[in-house]
Design a protein around this ligand. Sequence first.
Ligand SMILES: NC(=O)C1=CN([C@@H]2O[C@H](COP(=O)(O)OP(=O)(O)OC[C@H]3O[C@@H](n4cnc5c(N)ncnc54)[C@H](OP(=O)(O)O)[C@@H]3O)[C@@H](O)[C@H]2O)C=CC1
Ligand SMILES: CCCCCCCCCCCCCCCC(=O)[C@@H](N)CO
Length: 353
Amino acid sequence: MVWSPADLLWSLSKFAPLTVFESICANLFLVLIASLGITPVYNLIKGNQFPTKGKHVYVTGGSVGLGRAVAIELAKQGAHVTIVARKEGPLKETIELMKQAVATRKDKEIVEQRFHWISADVTDREQSVRALDEASAHFGGRVPDIIMVCAGISIPKLFVEASIEEFESQMKLNYFGSLYTVHEATKRMAATGVKGKVVLTASTMGLIGFAGYSGYAPTKFALRGLAESLRNEFLMYGIGVHIYYPGTMFSPGYENENLTKPLITRDIEGTKGLTSEEAAKGLFAGLRKGYFGITTDFDTDFLRISARGVTPMSNIGWDYLLGLVAPFGATSFLWETNHKVKNYGKNMLKKDL
Ligand SMILES: NC(=O)C1=CN([C@@H]2O[C@H](COP(=O)(O)OP(=O)(O)OC[C@H]3O[C@@H](n4cnc5c(N)ncnc54)[C@H](OP(=O)(O)O)[C@@H]3O)[C@@H](O)[C@H]2O)C=CC1
Ligand SMILES: CCCCCCCCCCCCCCCC(=O)[C@@H](N)CO
């Protein structure tokens, strides 16, 4: 067996040659290690799979939080950007921040980067269409090349304490608010042959559900169903579809949701998180590699792999290897969470007596 890669490597050492069994194991091990490199090498050859320079990018929820960070990042990358949200003040502020970001950019190749803001409520179909019309009008009627949907809301509450209106409003913004924009934009892309891109924003909670997120997690699961369906269907037009699963991001939305977040939910989700800027950077890193499901923290990547179903892998070696051990981590998290919730229930009963 001296001809195998493992034996050759081993022969560099001063130890006795490998037995046949040892050689098979060592070669398998080498295959696993090498598999981690397959995707990076492929990505290196393929290059940037999400070019934004000179492209027109439309960002919903682009006034604060993740959307603002995405818009500023796009400005630095040399894109034309239209941001959409309801409140004018934060929209205008973000445009200023984008201009400042461009001013500090070293590469001045694109002299005329254009930034626009549009005030619209994306839960209203007509306003969604009007906003897209307005954005396109600045570009000779051409639909934006890239649609990045960031607008979303979370109202964490215990199921029995939440109102039906709260379930409906979260679905209305997170799912239908995304759908209206994506539907209108991709209709136009398909009709005019624009091979654009769509990026949806889900959450860790688009991959897992636990106490406190019965109103929110389903809206993000819905987005996942949409992304998976469209990823496949849009291959016929050459339109790319990606879905981002951020973990906690310290944004205005996060501060707001913490006002209603039950203690048990805080306890399970912990306090780890990223700034919106870190999250946006990580999102673009995943997009450039062409990943379908994008994560920016280990726990969510673990959940993405656990819940992979029938979706494209990201890093083939990593997804495969982590997939082997994922069920053990998932079970331990399941038990820990069950335990926490049962204890919480007991304490609630004590309080009531
Ligand atoms: N923060 C977190 O911990 C996490 C967030 N996410 C998801 O990431 C995305 C961004 O989150 P985050 O940055 O925290 O959100 P923020 O609440 O901080 O910002 C939300 C943005 O969406 C806009 N928006 C809200 N409602 C509407 C509407 N009806 N029409 C148009 N625009 C609207 C807001 O502007 P305006 O109010 O002026 O309309 C704002 O620009 C969301 O989809 C969220 O669910 C996922 C995981 C974790
Ligand atoms: C090895 C074992 C791994 C298992 C880890 C599971 C960890 C779960 C953490 C859940 C964090 C929730 C963040 C999303 C928050 C969100 O979307 C809201 N804040 C809405 O804005």
